[in-house]
Design a protein around this ligand. Structure first.
Ligand code: BES
Ligand code: ZN
Length: 457
């Protein structure tokens, strides 16, 4: 039997197994889920062994564990592929907006609905099932496989990045493979060749040392929430252009040929508005929505709080105000440098009557990978054969900082072989994974590995 036939005849088994994985609430950002994180790591290790990997282990770190596995049976002449993914998920909040429980995976039409279904457990699982297809048929994959799955991706990979630099020998490979991005549609396969970076910080503004009556003190004491809002308003103009001095200095400009290529990405404006649930698009003039969401930097307030937020009215002049601010960066912006620029600017514009502190929460580099490598050509052919249409190249606006880490620490390029769909609702209520793509993903990966072996990458 060919591995593709095995993959095509075991759909139900694969789906049931994926559901087991999705039932574990491996939320990396919440300390109370530490045991679930451990459970997910162990589950994954066991699933790797079941899929045929000769070695699989849970490696503790100072943060959440890393799952490492290898199956090096294709011989030293065959290429080695390093597969990366993450088994941690975002919190499911707000819970009341889910139509089915986030950790009880439910089939709704063609979709499997659960937190982590698309980002990234479902996409990680694709690789395990592709490996299993070889185990059950030819006996072993056509290339050497190493897997490295982390539990900290959604919190900025604090232990993972140092691990990669410290274990460059263990992770040595010819190419990295990551399924944690999108394709445009079942009939519109696409390959992502660039991702944005991220700088994330928290601002605290302190005013009076205790909450004050706003009638007694209002007018003579600067309200830290008002101050914070004025400061935030100075970070960006009305069109979304960032006004922090130096912010755009390192931004790699879009070359005309790349703009021409991005213009070919099919884009239905009305459908996009509907999917985003907004009445109009917004942003930097002179750039298309596709460019603004993938090749231009951004600044967003992710959360803002302070004072009275319960029902009803309370006349209070609060002592503190907070905001979480993130910036999506493009190559060659350096997250550390950007954080420094923002901090300096905020401290400079801070009104003297309040105290401003800026805390660096985390960050990661953006990345661009080559579109003309032999591995990229294999990926191209694998999508074309599986979906019956040639994929187009595109950039995405999310961040997978490990792509840059692999370039720097291991000197290898990454193939972003994503199987999400644009409406998967990553990080939102009712996240889902399109089940037919789950199955097609397994076939694409099987073809990709075979193609790599034939190309001798
Ligand atoms: N799968 C996403 C990255 C992604 C999202 C790529 C959308 C392309 C399109 C990943 O799991 C993720 O959410 N990453 C975080 C990274 C951050 C915490 C460093 C992100 O982009 O917010
Ligand atoms: Zn994510």
């Amino acid at each position: 039997m060919h591995p593709l036939t095995y993959a095509q005849t075991h759909h139900d088994k694969f789906l049931e197994e994926l559901k087991t994985f999705l039932r574990i609430p491996s939320i990396s950002t919440q300390a109370e889920h530490k045991a679930d994180i451990e459970r997910a790591a162990t589950w994954l290790r066991d699933a790797l062994l079941d899929a045929g990997f000769l070695k699989a282990e849970v490696l503790p770190t100072t943060g959440h564990p890393i799952v490492y596995a290898e199956w090096l049976a294709a011989g030293s002449a065959a290429p080695t592929v390093l597969i990366y993914g993450h088994y941690d998920v975002q919190p499911p909040d707000p819970l009341e907006l889910w139509h089915t429980p986030p950790f009880e995976p439910t089939v709704v039409g063609d979709n499997l609905v659960a937190r982590g279904a698309s980002d990234d457990k479902g996409q990680v699982f694709v690789h395990l099932k592709a490996a299993e297809a070889f185990k059950a048929t030819t006996g072993a994959p056509p290339v050497n496989l190493k897997c490295i799955f982390e539990g900290e991706e959604e919190i900025g990979s604090p232990s993972f990045n140092p691990f990669v630099f410290a274990h460059a020998d263990l992770l040595a490979a010819d190419v990295a493979l990551i399924s944690d991005t999108h394709i445009l549609g079942m009939d519109k396969p696409s390959i992502v060749y660039a991702l944005r970076g991220l700088a994330y910080l928290e601002v605290k503004v302190t005013g009076p040392d205790h909450d004050l009556h706003s009638g007694i003190y209002g007018g003579a004491v600067l309200n830290p929430i008002n101050a914070l809002c004025r400061m935030i308003a100075q970070l960006q103009d009305a069109d979304g252009r960032i006004t922090i001095p130096g912010f755009y200095d390192k931004v790699r400009a879009l070359a005309p040929d790349e703009r021409a290529e991005l213009a070919k990405v099919p884009f239905d404006h009305a459908a996009w508005l509907k999917e985003a649930g907004v009445k109009a698009d917004w942003g930097e003039p002179g750039y298309t929505v596709i460019e603004r969401t993938s090749a231009r930097p951004t600044l967003d307030v992710n959360g803002i709080w302070g004072g009275y937020t319960q029902p009803g009215a309370k006349t209070v002049l609060p002592g503190e105000a907070y905001a979480k601010i993130s910036m999506r960066l493009v190559p060659d912006q350096d997250p550390k440098e950007i954080t420094r620029l923002v901090r300096e600017y905020l401290l400079r514009i801070a009104p003297p009557a309040v105290t401003v502190e800026v805390r660096d929460l985390h960050g990661g580099d953006g990345a661009i990978v080559r579109r003309d490598s032999p591995a990229m050509r294999s990926a191209f052919r694998a999508y074309a054969a599986t979906f019956g249409v040639e994929p187009i190249f595109m950039r995405e606006g999310g961040s997978i900082p490990v792509v840059a880490t692999f370039q720097k620490a291991l000197g290898i390029e990454t193939i972003l072989m994503g199987f999400g769909l644009p409406d998967d609702r990553l990080h939102s209520p009712n996240e889902k994974f399109h089940i037919p793509i789950f199955y097609k993903g397994i076939e694409t990966v099987i073809r990709f590995w075979e193609g790599l072996r034939d190309a001798g990458v």
